[in-house]
Design a binder for this molecule. Structure first.
Ligand code: SF4
Ligand code: SF4
Length: 301
C-alpha cells in the first residue's frame, strides 16, 4: 500500500446512492471505526480477507490442497483457521464453486481509472461521476489523492465518502480534487460514540468544521440505528451542530438495514445488530422534520 497501490474490495458500477447521477463507487479496505451495525464488515481490516459461503461448497477439497499454510480444515467451524491465514487468496483461486472469495486486492491507479472510464458516458449524461468509499478511503489517502486527481484530469465529478476520523492532513490532501464530501455523523455524545464505534467523535466534528470553511459542498449522512444513534436528543444535537457550521450542509438520514448480516458469517464473525429492527417510516419522517425545522436541506435516503 502507498501512493502506487491501493487495497480495494469492490468497484461498483451504476451506483445511484453515493452522490449525484450515475456513479462508479470504489470501495477501499481499512477503517479506524468498528460501528456495531457496519454493513461492510469486510471493509474494516486493512488486509485482504477470505470469505467462506458454506451453502456454495461442493466439498471437492481443492482449497485444502491449495492452502500453503494448512489454514483450511473441514472440521473447523467456518472452515478457516484465521490465525494461520495470510490472505494469499490461493484457496479462492482454486475454488470452482465460488464458496471462497477474497475481499481485497491491490490495484494501481491506472487499473482503477481503466475501470471507472468504462462508464464515462453515463457520468456525462446523468451528472454522475466517481465516489471513493470504504471502509475509510482516506486511510489510504496518498493513493486516493492520486486517483481523484486522475479522475479530475478526465473531467469526472468526484465524491469522497468519509467517516471523518483521520488526521486533517489526509483530508487536506484531497481537497483540490474533491467536488463533494459525503460525511458521516453518527452520535454527538462522545462516550456513546466510543461505545458504538470504538472511537470518540471529537476529531470527526473538528474535521467537519474545517471542511465547512471551504467551498466544497458537504452532504452529511446520519445512519439511523435504533439504540445506537436513534435517540431524539442525538438527532436534535446533530441538527443544532450542523446549523451552526460556516456553510450549512445538506443532510441524508440513512435508514438502518440488515443486509450486511450474512457477510459476518462468511468472515467467521458475529453480528452485534442481528436482532436490531429498522426504524419505521414515521420515525424517518420525524427525523427529517428535525433538520428541516433548522433550515437544513434534507435529501431522501
Ligand atoms: S487465503 Fe491463503 S492462507 Fe488463507 S486460507 Fe486461503 S490459501 Fe490459506
Ligand atoms: S474448493 Fe471450494 S467447493 Fe471445493 S471444498 Fe473448498 S470451499 Fe468447497
Amino acid at each position: 500500500m502507498g501512493p502506487d497501490h491501493g487495497l480495494i474490495f469492490d468497484i461498483q458500477r451504476f451506483s445511484t446512492h453515493d452522490g449525484p447521477g450515475i456513479r462508479t463507487t470504489v470501495f477501499f479496505k481499512g477503517c479506524p471505526l468498528r460501528c456495531l451495525w457496519c454493513h461492510n464488515p469486510e471493509s474494516q481490516s486493512i488486509h485482504p480477507e477470505i470469505m467462506f459461503a458454506p451453502d456454495k461448497c461442493i466439498g471437492c477439497g481443492r482449497c485444502f490442497k491449495a492452502c500453503p499454510e494448512g489454514a483450511i480444515r473441514p472440521d473447523v467451524p467456518g472452515r478457516i483457521m484465521r490465525e494461520k491465514c495470510t490472505g494469499c487468496g490461493r484457496c479462492a483461486e482454486a475454488c470452482v464453486s465460488g464458496a471462497l472469495s477474497l475481499a481485497g486486492r491491490f490495484y494501481t491507479i491506472d487499473e482503477v481509472v481503466r475501470e471507472v472510464e468504462k462508464d464515462s458516458v453515463f457520468y456525462k449524461t446523468s451528472g454522475g461521476g466517481v465516489t471513493v468509499s470504504g471502509g475509510e478511503p482516506l486511510v489510504q489517502y496518498e493513493f486516493v489523492t492520486g486517483l481523484l486527481k486522475a479522475c479530475k484530469d478526465r473531467g469526472f465529478h468526484t465524491a469522497v465518502d468519509t467517516c471523518g476520523y483521520v488526521p486533517w492532513k489526509n483530508i487536506e490532501a484531497v481537497l483540490p480534487y474533491t467536488d463533494l464530501f459525503l460525511y458521516d455523523i453518527k452520535q454527538m455524545d462522545p462516550d456513546l460514540h466510543r461505545k458504538i464505534t470504538g472511537v470518540g467523535n471529537e476529531l470527526i466534528l473538528e474535521n467537519l468544521v474545517k471542511i465547512s470553511r471551504t467551498d466544497i459542498p458537504v452532504l452529511v449522512r446520519v445512519p439511523v440505528i435504533p439504540e445506537c444513534t436513534d435517540q431524539q436528543a442525538n438527532i436534535e444535537a446533530i441538527a443544532e451542530f450542523l446549523s451552526k457550521l460556516e456553510h450549512k450542509p445538506a443532510v441524508e438520514p440513512l435508514k438502518y438495514h440488515r443486509l450486511g448480516g450474512i457477510k459476518y458469517k462468511k468472515l467467521g464473525r458475529t453480528y452485534a445488530c442481528e436482532e436490531t429492527l429498522p426504524p419505521g417510516n414515521d420515525r424517518m419522517e420525524a427525523i427529517r422534520a428535525v433538520f428541516e425545522r433548522r433550515g437544513i436541506e434534507v435529501v431522501s435516503g
